[in-house]
Design a protein around this ligand. Structure first.
Ligand SMILES: Cc1cc2nc3c(=O)[nH]c(=O)nc-3n(C[C@H](O)[C@H](O)[C@H](O)COP(=O)(O)O)c2cc1C
Length: 336
C-alpha cells in the first residue's frame, strides 16, 4: 500500500526546503508537532550517481524514526541518474520519491533542473518515467504553475497529471514570480477540475503562503477536494504550525535547546564519518525562537556573534536567568 493512500483524507506536509529541512530540523518540527508527511531537502540525482558527490547526497538522505513517513525529494536532468537514485531510495527507508520541477534558483535552472523542466516537458516526462520504472515507491512531482506566465498551468499541469503520479504538489506561483507576489489561490478550483478530469486517483497538494493548520482548515472548508496542504516558511513564524498550540516563550526556548542538542550531535556524528556539519547555518534559525520584542532583537544579535553551539547554549542559559528578573532579552549585563 502506498503511503499516499495511508494518509488522512486531508493531510499536512512539511515542504522541502534546502538548507532548512534536513534531518536535524525535521526532528525539531516533529517534536513541536508532527505533520502527516515530511519531505527531505532536494538531492541532486547526478551527485548521488557520482563517486565524488555520493557521500554528500547520502547525508542529505539521512532520516530517523521520528521524521517518518518521509518522501525523498530529488532533482536533476539526467534520466539515467534518476533511474539510478530511484533504485536506492527504498533501501534508504523512504516511503516515496518526489521530483522537483519548480525550483527557481538560477544555478538549478542553469543545470537544467527544477523549474527548467517546465520548459523542457519531453525531458521532464522521461525523468518521471525512469524514476517510475526503477522503483516500487510511489512517485510524485512538486512544481509551479508555469515558468513565466500563469496560463502555462493549463498545459503543464495536464501533462504531469497524465503521468499517473501518486501526488502532484502545486506551488501556486510561476517561476518568474519567485515568492514576490501572493500565491494564486483563485486558481485552486481550476486545478481541482484538471485533476478530477485527468487523474482522479492522483492526490492534489496545494502550497504557497499557507501559514498553519488553522489556515489549512479554512482552505479545506472552501475546497474539500484538495487532499494535501504543504507548509514551508510557516515553520519559521511558528514551528508549532502543524498543531493548534500557540507556543509560549518557554516552549520556544525549550525547542531551541532541543535544536541545539541535535545540531551538536549531528556535528559529532558527521565528524566521525569524516564529514562536516557547518556551524554558521544555525544562525538562520535563531529568529524562530527568539523574537517578538526589542529586547529579543538585542539578544539575537548577541547570539549571532557566538562562535559555536556551546557559546550559544551558555548565552541562552544566562538569558533565561536574566529573564527571571527582566523580560527575556538583553544578556550582556548578565555576563558581568
Ligand atoms: C529556504 C528555502 C528552501 C527551499 N528549498 C526547496 C527545495 O529543496 N525543494 C522544493 O521543492 N522547494 C523548495 N523551496 C520552496 C518551498 O518548498 C515552498 O514551495 C515555498 O517556500 C512556498 O511555500 P510556503 O509559502 O509555505 O513557504 C524552498 C523554499 C525556501 C524558503
Amino acid at each position: 500500500m502506498s503511503i499516499w493512500q495511508d494518509l488522512p483524507k486531508h493531510f499536512l506536509a512539511l515542504a522541502p526546503m534546502e538548507g532548512v529541512t534536513d534531518v536535524v530540523f525535521r526532528q525539531v518540527v516533529a517534536k513541536a508537532g508532527k505533520p502527516d508527511l515530511f519531505f527531505t531537502e532536494f538531492t541532486n540525482v547526478s551527485s548521488f550517481a557520482s563517486e565524488k558527490g555520493r557521500d554528500n547526497a547520502l547525508e542529505r538522505l539521512d532520516t530517523v524514526e521520528s521524521d517518518h513517513p518521509i518522501i525523498a525529494q530529488i532533482w536533476g536532468k539526467n534520466p539515467e541518474h534518476f533511474a539510478y537514485l530511484a533504485q536506492h531510495l527504498e533501501e534508504l527507508n523512504f516511503q516515496g520519491l518526489d521530483i522537483n520541477m519548480g525550483c527557481p534558483d538560477k544555478h538549478v535552472i542553469k543545470a537544467g533542473g527544477g523549474s527548467a523542466m517546465i520548459e523542457n516537458p519531453d525531458l521532464a516526462i522521461k525523468c518521471i518515467k525512469e524514476a517510475k520504472t526503477n522503483t516500487t515507491l510511489p512517485v510524485s512531482v512538486k512544481t509551479r504553475l508555469g515558468y513565466s506566465k500563469i496560463d502555462e498551468y493549463k498545459t503543464w499541469l495536464p501533462l504531469l497529471l497524465e503521468q499517473d503520479l501518486a501526488n502532484l504538489t502545486v506551488h501556486l506561483r510561476t517561476r518568474k514570480e519567485m515568492s514576490k507576489v501572493s500565491a494564486h489561490f483563485e486558481l485552486i478550483p481550476e486545478i481541482i477540475k484538471l485533476r478530477n478530469g485527468i487523474a482522479p486517483h492522483t492526490k492534489l497538494t496545494i502550497n504557497g503562503d499557507i501559514a498553519d493548520k488553522a489556515h489549512a482548515k479554512k482552505i479545506w472548508q472552501q475546497y474539500p477536494e484538495v487532499d494535501g496542504i504543504m507548509i514551508g516558511r510557516g515553520v519559521f513564524a511558528n514551528p508549532y504550525c502543524f498543531t493548534s498550540h500557540t507556543p509560549t516563550k518557554e516552549d520556544l526556548l525549550e525547542l531551541f535547546n532541543y535544536h541545539l542538542d541535535l545540531f551538536q550531535a549531528r556535528q559529532e556524528e558527521l565528524a566521525a564519518r569524516g564529514s562536516h556539519y557547518p556551524f554558521a547555518p544555525i544562525k538562520h534559525f535563531i529568529k524562530i525562537y527568539i523574537n517578538g520584542s526589542e529586547n529579543s532583537k538585542i539578544f539575537r544579535s548577541e547570539l549571532m556573534n557566538c562562535k559555536d553551539i556551546e557559546e550559544i547554549k551558555l548565552l541562552i542559559e544566562r538569558g533565561a536567568q536574566a529573564a527571571a528578573v527582566r523580560p527575556l532579552g538583553r544578556v550582556s549585563e548578565a555576563k558581568h
